[in-house]
Design a protein around this ligand. Structure first.
Ligand code: 6R9
Length: 571
C-alpha cells in the first residue's frame, strides 16, 4: 500500500514512547504550564501575549507584518499594548463578556489587535474571510447575533445593516471616518486609548471564537471554541510544529479559516515565537521572498499552495535562499506523494501532513518530526488522542478497512457546541463516544491513517471548505435557474473545483453568456471562491422521491462511473 517510507528527522520531542498507547498521555500535564493552573480563571489572549511581555520577552518580536503597502514589526510588549488599546475601544462602545464581535477585513495588524482585544474582554471573536459577499456576511452575522462588526470602509458596503437588528456598532478601520450612531472610527480612538486594560478572567469552558463552516446540508454552522483549546494549541505547537524559542514561524492561512487562528495566532504566540503574517494574495515570487526575507524556520501551508509552487518551477525556487527553513508542514487537503517528493528534491525538506478540522480546533492526526513519513498518509494520532475507523454503527473496524474516520471524545480543543443548533452538535457523535469526522479513511497495520475522501458532499477547493448547499441555494435565486446541483470535480492543482449542474426555467436559452452571468451572480452574492468554475446545463437533474438532488449521481456522470443504486430516484 505504501511504497516508500521517509525516515524520521527527529525533532526536539521524541514521541516514540507514546506511539503504542495514545491514551497514556494526560493532558492535565500541559495545564501546569499556564499561569491559570492554580486559579482556574483564564484568558487565552493573556497567555498568548501578555505573559511573554511580563516574563522577560517584552522586546522579542511577536509579529512581522507586511503587505504591498505596509512593513511593520511589533514586540510582545507592543502587541500587549496594542491589544489592550483595541480592547479599550471595544469596551467603550459596550462590548463585554459573551458578546459576539465579528471581524471582517483583510489581514492587517489591526485585525490581530482587534481579535486579541475582543478576547481580552471575554467576548467571542468571529473572523470572516474578506472575500465574502453580502449574502454570506448576512447569514453569519444573523445566526451569531453579532453585536459589533469590525470592518473597513471598502467592505462595509457588503453588510446589510438594515436587515441585522442585533448589530449595534460598525467599527471602521480606515482614514477619515465620520462617526454617527452606528459608525465608530477605530484608528482615532485607538490612538487615544490607554495602553492598559483589565483583562476579563473567564472559565476555561467559556466561548472564545466562532468559526462558520460548511457541511453538505443546511446553512453554514457556527463552530464555537472555548479558551481551554489553548492546551492543545500549545502542545501541538511543541510536538508537531516543533516550535522552539528562536523560531520564526509562518502560517500562510487567513484568519477567516480555522488554520489562520489556531495556528496563525494561538499556537505560535502561546509558544512565544516570532510570527510572520504576510498580507495580499498568493504569488510564488512573493512567497519565496517572504521565506527568505524573514528567515522563516517553520512553515505551515497547504497542498494547493505547494502544488502551485511546484508548478512555478524549480528555477524560480533556486533564486531564493531558503536555507533558514527547518520544518515544513501542510494541512487542509490530501497531500499527494508527488508533492512530498517535490519537497524532498527541490527544497530538501520532508513536508509533514497534518489532519484536523474546524470542529476539532487543533491537530489530531499528524506526521510529527520524530516519526517516519509514509507519503500519502496523514500520519498517526498525537499522544492523548485516540482515532479509529468505525462503521456506521460506531463499531471499530480492523486495520485496512475503509470506514468513518472517528476520534474518541475528550481532546482539549474540541468544539463546545454548534451555535444555536445543539442538535447539530449531537449529530456528530456515534455510540456516544466517537466523534465522526465526515471523512472516510483506513488505518494500516502500523497505525498510519490514509485519507480516502469525504463521506458527505463537502467540497475542498484550494484548501477551502465549501458546502454545496449554500451554492445551490444561491444559484436558485437566479431567475434563470430551475434546479441546481453542485459537486466537487477532481482537479490537479486545486484538489477539487466547483462544478454546477443546472436545469433552466422555460424561456431561457443555454449559452455561454448565461453561464458567465450565473457564475458572476454567485461571485457577487457569496464569494469568488464559491462560484462554480464549470457549469453544465441539463434538461433535468436526478432527484430522490422527496425531491433532493442526488449529487452522487451528478458525480458519477462527471467521472463516467456507474451511477449505483438509483432506487430512490424519481422516475
Ligand atoms: C483544518 C481544516 C476539514 C476537512 C477535513 C478533510 C480535509 C484537512 C486534511 C484533509 C486530507 C489532510 N482535510 N486536512 N484531507 N488530508 N491532511 O482544514 O479544517 O476547513 O474544517 O476542513 O478538510 O476533509 O474533514 P476545515
Amino acid at each position: 500500500m505504501n511504497s516508500s517510507v521517509i525516515k524520521s528527522s527527529n525533532g526536539e520531542h521524541n514521541l516514540a514512547n507514546y506511539e503504542s498507547s495514545a491514551s497514556e498521555f494526560d493532558w492535565s500535564q500541559v495545564e501546569k504550564q499556564f499561569s491559570w493552573y492554580n486559579t482556574g480563571k483564564v484568558n487565552i489572549a493573556y497567555e498568548a501575549i501578555d505573559r511573554h511581555a511580563e516574563s522577560g520577552n517584552k522586546d522579542k518580536i511577536a509579529l512581522y507584518y507586511s503587505d504591498a503597502k505596509r512593513d511593520e514589526k511589533y514586540s510582545y510588549q507592543e502587541m500587549k499594548e496594542a491589544s489592550d488599546k483595541a480592547g479599550r475601544v471595544l469596551q467603550d462602545i459596550g462590548v463585554s463578556k459573551g458578546d459576539r464581535v465579528f471581524i471582517f477585513m483583510p489581514r492587517s495588524p489591526e485585525l490581530y489587535f482587534a481579535l486579541l482585544g475582543t478576547l481580552k474582554l471575554g467576548a467571542i471573536a468571529g473572523p470572516l474571510f474578506e472575500a465574502f459577499m453580502e449574502g454570506a456576511v448576512k447569514d453569519r452575522l444573523e445566526d451569531s447575533g453579532a453585536k459589533v462588526l469590525v470592518t473597513t470602509p471598502e467592505l462595509v458596503g457588503r453588510v446589510p445593516v438594515d436587515e441585522l437588528p442585533e448589530l449595534q456598532k460598525l467599527v471602521l478601520v480606515g482614514e477619515n471616518i465620520e462617526e454617527d450612531e452606528q459608525k465608530v472610527d477605530f484608528l482615532t480612538r485607538f490612538q487615544q486609548a490607554s495602553p492598559s486594560l483589565d483583562i476579563e478572567w473567564v472559565d476555561r469552558e467559556d466561548g472564545m471564537i466562532l468559526h462558520y463552516t460548511s457541511g453538505s446540508t443546511g446553512k453554514p454552522k457556527g463552530v464555537l471554541h472555548v479558551h481551554n483549546a489553548m492546551i492543545q494549541h500549545y502542545q501541538t505547537a511543541k510536538w508537531v510544529l516543533d516550535l522552539k524559542d528562536e523560531d520564526v514561524y509562518w502560517c500562510t492561512a487567513d484568519p477567516g479559516w480555522v488554520t489562520g487562528t489556531s495556528y496563525g495566532i494561538f499556537a505560535p504566540w502561546l509558544a512565544g515565537v516570532t510570527n510572520v503574517i504576510r498580507g495580499g494574495r498568493f504569488s510564488p515570487d512573493d512567497w519565496y521572498q517572504t521565506l527568505e526575507r524573514y528567515k522563516v524556520t517553520v512553515w505551515y501551508s497547504a497542498p494547493t499552495a505547494f502544488r502551485m509552487l511546484m508548478g512555478a518551477g524549480d528555477e524560480l525556487l533556486k533564486k531564493y535562499d531558503l536555507s533558514s527553513l527547518r520544518h515544513v508542514l501542510s494541512v487542509g487537503e490530501p497531500l499527494n506523494p508527488e508533492v512530498i517528493r517535490w519537497g524532498m528534491d527541490a527544497m530538501n525538506h520532508r513536508i509533514h501532513d497534518t489532519w484536523w478540522m474546524t470542529e476539532t480546533g487543533a491537530m489530531l492526526i499528524c506526521n510529527y518530526p520524530s516519526m517516519d513519513i509514509k507519503p500519502g498518509s496523514m500520519g498517526k494520532p498525537i499522544p492523548g488522542v485516540e482515532a479509529a475507523i468505525v462503521d456506521d454503527e460506531g463499531k471499530v473496524l480492523p486495520p485496512n478497512s475503509m470506514g468513518n474516520l472517528a476520534i474518541k471524545k475528550g481532546w482539549p480543543s474540541m468544539m463546545k457546541t454548534i451555535w444555536n443548533r445543539p442538535e447539530k452538535f449531537n449529530s456528530y457523535f456515534l455510540g456516544g463516544d466517537w466523534y465522526v469526522s465526515g471523512d472516510s479513511a483506513y488505518m494500516d497495520e502500523e497505525g498510519y491513517f490514509w485519507f480516502q475522501g469525504r463521506i458527505d458532499d463537502v467540497i475542498m477547493t484550494a484548501g477551502e471548505r465549501v458546502g454545496p448547499f449554500e451554492i445551490e441555494s444561491k444559484l436558485l435565486e437566479h431567475p434563470a435557474v430551475a434546479e441546481a446541483g453542485v459537486i466537487g470535480k477532481p482537479d490537479e492543482v486545486r484538489g477539487e473545483i466547483i462544478k454546477a449542474f443546472i436545469s433552466l426555467r422555460d424561456g431561457y436559452e443555454e449559452n455561454e453568456e448565461l453561464q458567465e452571468e450565473i457564475r458572476s451572480f454567485v461571485k457577487k452574492e457569496l464569494a469568488g471562491h464559491a462560484a462554480p468554475r464549470e457549469i453544465e446545463f441539463r434538461d433535468s437533474l436526478p432527484k430522490t422521491r422527496s425531491g433532493k438532488i442526488m449529487r452522487r449521481v451528478l458525480k458519477a456522470w462527471e467521472l463516467d462511473l456507474p451511477t449505483g443504486d438509483l432506487s430512490t430516484m424519481e422516475k
